[in-house]
Design a protein around this ligand. Structure first.
Ligand code: FAD
Length: 303
């Protein structure tokens, strides 16, 4: 039996792995993506992580991963589909989509969060035909064209800024009249001449024939566009946790910064847990805390 299984190889999982190895634990990271580094790989530029200003998200993720690999962390590429706890000694049993079963004394759950859909007509029809959830992945296809970004948080404004460097024009559609993003980002957006703010507006339908060619807003205004980037928030990846551990009504694992949950030996780290600020710096910190909590738990419970 392993000491510690970590599910997810984003900043939280990789940080937990380094702390786990340094605490002399036998650690396995299970990750559903090939050599994954989590959501940060989607960011064009990360300016708010101490010591690494201006690095693109992909390179940052690679640095984190290289660090973990150099410390001897073991990885298994597999999607976790089932988690249960042994009734006798409380160890954890993890099953994957490919049928593997792994067992450990403690578990750190660090599966992050994924983008939210708008749920409007046309969104599904034109998925990957003009509808995108990742400006850094797909923005280059819209060089010199007109796009729209939907949302009012850091991701939406980050996407609009990134696209403004590629596209002729970018509409930023937000349902309120104020943004939730950092003030410095809001100011940068407002300074861009090719970003038009479309405030107090909601998308009613995404239109097109073969591909997206327009978006209709509630109230009837129609904007001619070649692509639309949806950045309407995220949902936690906790689908396999029903009945396993306490979740809040939005589906996040209820845990403070120690990572401790209502189940002994089950720790949560990163975007997947209840917290105010979902960022790399808090994910990395969570990973360190959760691994430390797990090491104490293993020592106390299994000796
Ligand atoms: C476009 C964008 C820009 C951003 N910009 C910034 C920024 O500038 N600064 C900043 O600090 N933060 C930024 N963030 C937020 C930051 O990326 C996240 O807060 C951080 O990545 C969270 O780390 P995490 O490890 O909790 O989760 P994630 O990074 O989401 O990693 C979770 C991992 O778990 C894996 N996983 C999920 N389910 C399973 C399963 N069933 N089995 C196995 N593995 C699974 C996933 O594949 C993934 O690798 C940005 C995010 C995005 C999307």
């Amino acid at each position: 039996m392993l000491d510690l299984i970590i599910i997810g190889s984003g900043p939280a999982g990789l940080s937990a792995a380094i702390y786990g190895i340094r605490a002399n634990l036998d650690v396995l990271v299970i990750e559903k993506d090939y050599e994954g580094t989590g959501q940060i790989a989607l960011s064009s530029k990360v300016d708010n992580y101490l010591g690494l200003p201006g690095l693109d998200g992909y390179s940052m993720g690679e640095k984190f991963r290289e660090h973990a690999v150099s410390f001897g962390v073991n990885f298994l590429e597999a999607t976790v589909t089932e988690i249960s706890q042994d009734e006798k000694d409380n160890h954890w049993i993890v099953k994957t989509a490919s049928g593997e079963v792994k067992e450990s004394k403690a578990l750190i759950y660090a599966t992050g969060a994924v983008h939210r859909h708008l749920g409007v007509p046309g969104e599904k029809t034109f998925d990957a035909k003009g509808v995108s959830y990742c400006a850094t992945c797909d923005g280059a296809f819209y060089r010199g064209k007109t796009t729209a970004v939907v949302g009012g948080g850091d991701t939406a404004l980050d996407d609009a800024l990134y696209l403004s460097g590629l596209c002729e024009k970018v509409y930023l559609i937000h349902r309120r009249d104020a943004f939730r993003a950092a003030e410095i980002t809001v100011n940068r957006v407002k300074e861009k001449e090719n970003i038009e703010l479309v405030l107090n507006s909601q998308v009613e339908e995404i239109l097109g024939d073969e591909r997206v060619n327009a978006v209709r807003l509630v109230g009837g205004r129609t904007l001619d566009i070649n692509g639309i980037f949806i950045a309407a928030g995220s949902v936690p990846v906790t689908g396999v946790l029903d009945g396993v551990v306490e979740l809040n009504p939005a589906g996040y694992i209820v845990a403070d910064e120690t990572g401790v949950t209502n189940k002994p030996g089950f720790f949560a780290a990163g975007d997947v847990r209840t917290k105010e600020l979902r960022q790399v710096v808090t994910a990395v910190s969570d990973g360190a805390n959760a691994a430390t909590s797990a090491a104490h738990y293993i020592e106390k419970t299994f000796g």
